[in-house]
Design a protein around this ligand. Structure first.
Ligand code: NAP
Length: 271
């Protein structure tokens, strides 16, 4: 497994496991099989209402805390300085941890003051060493500019929807120029990622279409956090480090872009 470094030198594996929609009764076995398959980074959010289940499942692994990386995200309605700090404390309790590896602002919304205040709370948590990596999610360059103007610490990551239908071809290089690590959410387009182009490339490498889509991400130094409950697919999603796509294959996948999202458009979404 290859790691990627944030601008503060903390490292994270290029492949992690998303746990959105993993129900309480499934969580223990999903995390157990993911750990056995080599996953060390688990991505949750206050919004998923499964931090408690993830915390319990991680405890059950009975491994040193430092072996695991846990990401969570501040819910939209918990934004603002005080609410961020209070809800972070609750997240730590639910996750049964005394620090979180990565904390993200889940959605930017359209209120610059709220964004700036939330980031101030992130900086405090970072300075108190309660969070190792502070970052963003669903931020456009316009939203990032608010933090660049008002914050003291530069964001380290931005988790955005990225798959062959929404390639983020402008945002990703712009983030990387700013030393912000891009993380692809819904890298498998929530299970709807098939196309003739991808199937053909998969046949050439004797890989599955999912592996091609994930490989396409990591070749651009984009972290992926595919979700799977299925141990065989968990393992499959990790087996992407033994081949390389050609430039023309990468371009053929890029050309599938239509801009279609599976969720809100951060340019307009507010709360
Ligand atoms: N920041 C944000 O706003 C945001 C938004 C959405 C998601 N996320 C994060 O990103 C993670 C990933 O996104 P997601 O869960 O929405 O969707 P996803 O990872 O793109 O897709 C998950 C779906 O793909 C299937 N799948 C997994 N591996 C497969 C394979 N090798 N072949 C075929 N199908 C496969 C899974 O089914 P099985 O379980 O049956 O394998 C599941 O139905 C989330 O879990 C969450 O942590 C963040």
């Amino acid at each position: 497994m290859q790691n990627i470094k944030f601008h503060n030198n903390v490292e994270m594996p290029l492949v992690g496991l998303g746990v959105y929609k993993i129900e309480d009764e499934m969580m223990d076995q999903v995390i157990e099989s993911a750990y056995a398959n080599g996953y060390r980074h688990f991505d949750t959010a206050q919004m998923y209402h499964n931090e408690k289940s993830l915390g319990r499942a991680c405890k059950r692994l009975n491994v040193p805390r430092e072996e695991l990386l846990i990401t969570t995200k501040i819910d939209n309605l918990n934004q603002g300085y005080e609410k961020t700090l209070k809800s972070f404390k609750q997240s730590c309790q639910d996750l049964q941890v005394d620090y979180v590896d990565q904390l993200l602002i889940h959605w930017p919304g359209q209120n610059p003051q709220r964004t700036a205040e939330t980031w101030k709370a992130f900086e405090k948590l970072y300075e108190e060493r309660l969070v190792r990596v502070i970052g963003l999610s669903n931020f456009t360059l316009k939203h990032i500019a608010i933090i660049e103007k008002t914050g003291n610490i530069k964001p380290m990551s931005n988790q955005i929807e990225r798959n062959p239908l929404i390639t983020q071809s402008e945002l990703i290089p712009a983030l990387q120029t700013k030393n912000i690590v891009p993380i692809a959410w819904a890298p498998l387009r929530r299970g709807n990622f098939l196309s003739d182009v991808i199937i053909k490339i998969a046949e050439k490498y004797n890989k599955t279409p999912a592996q091609i889509v994930l490989r396409w991400n990591i070749e651009s130094n984009v972290i992926v956090i595919p979700r799977s409950k299925n141990p065989i697919r968990q393992s499959e999603n990790m087996e992407i480090f033994d081949f390389e796509l050609t430039e023309s294959e990468i371009e053929a996948i890029n050309a599938l872009h239509t801009g279609e999202r599976t969720s809100f458009d951060p340019v307009t979404f507010d709360f």
